[in-house]
Each structure stands twice: as structure tokens, then as C-alpha cells.
Design a protein around this ligand. Structure first.
Ligand code: SF4
Ligand code: SF4
Length: 375
């Protein structure tokens, strides 16, 4: 084992034990056995630290801010000690020619070995003039930097697939990094903002094993994006029992019922938000945990694309058919009793469909009823 004692006091007050515990946690996040925690810790303290060059395009800076707002351990300290962050426009003190020269020097000294990380989308319309740094279009800057990179990581939804700058009419022709870099894989860590621990785990995996972790078909690390939000959500028992909040502040919302009918996109969004949480303040600190529907920020075609209160497409599950809805007004939708009658007349399958429809709302129930009648 490396000399981890060197780390005592160096990482925002982390002791050797805390550092090992932290690395074991990273191993668990990566889906590895606890024994790999030691390997990751050794790799993290071994010199030389990998150089990271971080470029920012059409970004709100939320990705970097998210990285800086974690405290157990203090991520900015850990990441600055684990890697060598040689260029980041938000964090560095240099500017102008000095900063640009430093970036060029860092690229030259570490050609073929550095990690390139980007946040923000890339404007492509009108020759890319909508985002320029040091007299170059951002598109040219990422193409230049990617040539010498050992690995390329797009951090955040904007960099992964265009994010909010690409919504609607997309006035700047904003695209994700994978539309620009075609000659090497672009690993994607989407989110708005992305969870900083997913980024750190990705980097530590690269540092410890010299290769990238397993990726999904959208180039996202499977350890972080392998499961639907809906599969790990603490409100899932309410979904399964047919208990839904129908509007913000109603009884169901105050009771912590499922937010599906308020437009929660958890059933079609892959991310580990329920398990990892945000801001280091404990379990339940993520949008759904605090009462707001997931809006699908990690999922191209969902976040910033579907409207906030639009119902999610159910990828793997449907609401159950064995419970009545909790908030169907008299004379609206279809009651459980009515559904039972339908089931008796037209068969269990049609009845089950009617109950599902009653739960999915008045309009759907009407449609189901009329289609049943038509049959
Ligand atoms: S992904 Fe979200 S947090 Fe990151 S730059 Fe885009 S808008 Fe900001
Ligand atoms: S629909 Fe949303 S709130 Fe309901 S269980 Fe799924 S992820 Fe959780």
C-alpha cells in the first residue's frame, strides 16, 4: 500500500481512515468489491497525478459549482490533490494570454495523456461565433484539445447532448460534444447539474485502472446510469399502491405520495440520484425526495424537451391494477366498482385496463370507456 499517511491533514482534514473509507465508498459506487477501495486509494496518492484540462462552452457554470459544493470530503480539495487540474476558466486565477499560454503548455507537456473535460454545449450555427474564447470558436478549441487527450468526458447535459441551449428553436445550433468529436469516445456524465460523485468516481476509476468503466449505449458510465430513477425511488411503494399526489400541496403531496401524475420523469430517466443524493446532507436530498418531480435532466429527449407536467412514458412498469385511485372525483374517471362491473361484463383484461385508465386520469378513462363501448 502507498504511503497514505502523507494524506493525513492534506485533504480538508481527512484522516487516513476517512480517506480509505471514502475510497471504499467510491468502489461501492462503481459496483466493485470493498477490496478495490485500497487500490483506488493507492492510485489516488501515487504520482504523477493525471492532468485535466477543463473547457467550458455554453454553460451556466452549474456543473463546476456543483463540483465545488460538496463537503464530505471537500471535493475541490480532493480533486485538486488527486488530479492536476491545469486549466479551468472558472477556477483559475490567470486570465487572457497567460491562461491561454498555460493551456497550450499543459497540452504540450502531457500530449496523449491528459483528460479533457468539458461543460456546456457547442454552438455550431454561423460558424460557431456564439461562443469564442481567446479568439477561437469554442468548437475549434475542443477539436484542438481533444487531439491530444487520452480520454474525453462531457460533464453535464449541455455538453452531453446540447441541454437547455439546444431546446426549442435552438438559435445557436447548440450540440453535445459527441457531435463534434468523432475520432475518439466521448464519455458522458449528464445531469443538470451532474452529480459530482459520479464524475469523481469516473476519474478515480480511470486513475486506478487506467481505463474507463463500462458504458451504456449513450456512453454513460453504467455504475451511475444503469438503472431507472423509478427503480430506486423511495416513493415507489406509493406508485405500486396507486397513491399519487394530484397537485402541489394537496393531501397526497404532503403525505409523500408518488409524483407520477405531476409529471415525474423517473420512469423514463436513468440515473442514480435516489441512491447518491445531492449536497452531502443525507438520504432523501434529491428533487423527488424534496417533493418535486424528476424532470429527466440526464435523458436526451426528456429533460428540456418534454414539458414539465407531461406524463412520463413507462419503460418498465405500469401502475398496478389492483388498487383504486385515491383522488377520483365523483362522476369523474372510473370508480373501482364501475371497473369491477366492466370486468364482469367484458372480462378481466378490459377491467384491468379500465382501472389503470381511471388512475391515469379522467381523459384517459373516457378514452378507455369509449373504446370499450365501441368494442
Ligand atoms: S448541464 Fe445544467 S448545470 Fe451544466 S452547464 Fe448545462 S445548464 Fe448548467
Ligand atoms: S414516478 Fe417519480 S415519484 Fe413516483 S415512484 Fe417513480 S420516480 Fe418516484
Amino acid at each position: 500500500m502507498g504511503d497514505l499517511d502523507e494524506y493525513e491533514g492534506a485533504l480538508a482534514g481527512l484522516s487516513r481512515r476517512e480517506f480509505l473509507t471514502y475510497c471504499t465508498g467510491v468502489a461501492a459506487t462503481l459496483g466493485l468489491s470493498p477490496a478495490f477501495g485500497v487500490k483506488i486509494a493507492n492510485a489516488a496518492v501515487a504520482a504523477p497525478r493525471p492532468t485535466v484540462i477543463w473547457l467550458s462552452g455554453q454553460a451556466c457554470t452549474g456543473c463546476t459549482e456543483s463540483l465545488l459544493r460538496t463537503h464530505h470530503p471537500s471535493l475541490e480539495t480532493l480533486i485538486l490533490d488527486t488530479i492536476s487540474l491545469d486549466y479551468n476558466e472558472t477556477l483559475m486565477t490567470g486570465s487572457g494570454h497567460q491562461a491561454e499560454n498555460w493551456k497550450q503548455q499543459a497540452m504540450k507537456d502531457n500530449w496523449g495523456k491528459y483528460l479533457m473535460v468539458t461543460d456546456g454545449s457547442i454552438p455550431t450555427k454561423d460558424g460557431g461565433v456564439y461562443c469564442k474564447v481567446a479568439g477561437k470558436t469554442y468548437k475549434d478549441a475542443v477539436l484542438e484539445c481533444a487531439k491530444g487527450a487520452a480520454a474525453v468526458i462531457s460533464m453535464g447535459s449541455c455538453s452531453s447532448w446540447g441541454g437547455w441551449p439546444s431546446t426549442g428553436v435552438n438559435p445557436t445550433g447548440a450540440v453535445g460534444l459527441n457531435e463534434i468529436i468523432k475520432d475518439k469516445p466521448v464519455v458522458s456524465v449528464p445531469g443538470c447539474p451532474p452529480n459530482p460523485y459520479n464524475f469523481l468516481s469516473l476519474v478515480l476509476h480511470f486513475v486506478a485502472f487506467g481505463k474507463l468503466p463500462e458504458l451504456d449505449d449513450k456512453m454513460r458510465p453504467k455504475f451511475a446510469y444503469g438503472r431507472l430513477i423509478h427503480e430506486n425511488c423511495e416513493r415507489r411503494p406509493h406508485f405500486d399502491a396507486g397513491r399519487f399526489a394530484m397537485e402541489f400541496g394537496d393531501y397526497g403531496h404532503r403525505q409523500g405520495y408518488c409524483l407520477y401524475k405531476l409529471g415525474c420523469k423517473g420512469p423514463e430517466t436513468y440515473a442514480n440520484c435516489p441512491s447518491v443524493g445531492f449536497n452531502d446532507v443525507g438520504q432523501g436530498t434529491w428533487p423527488v425526495g424534496t417533493g418535486h418531480p424528476c424532470f429527466g435532466c440526464t435523458e436526451k429527449g426528456v429533460g428540456f424537451t418534454k414539458s414539465i407536467h407531461e406524463l412520463a412514458s413507462l419503460k418498465s412498469v405500469a401502475p398496478p391494477n389492483s388498487y383504486p385511485a385515491v383522488a377520483v372525483e365523483k362522476g369523474e374517471g372510473m370508480s373501482a366498482g364501475a371497473a369491477a362491473v366492466v370486468a364482469g361484463i367484458a372480462g378481466a383484461a378490459v377491467g384491468a385496463g379500465a382501472v389503470i385508465s381511471s388512475r391515469l386520469g379522467k381523459q384517459d378513462a373516457k378514452t378507455e370507456s369509449s373504446s370499450t363501448a365501441a368494442e
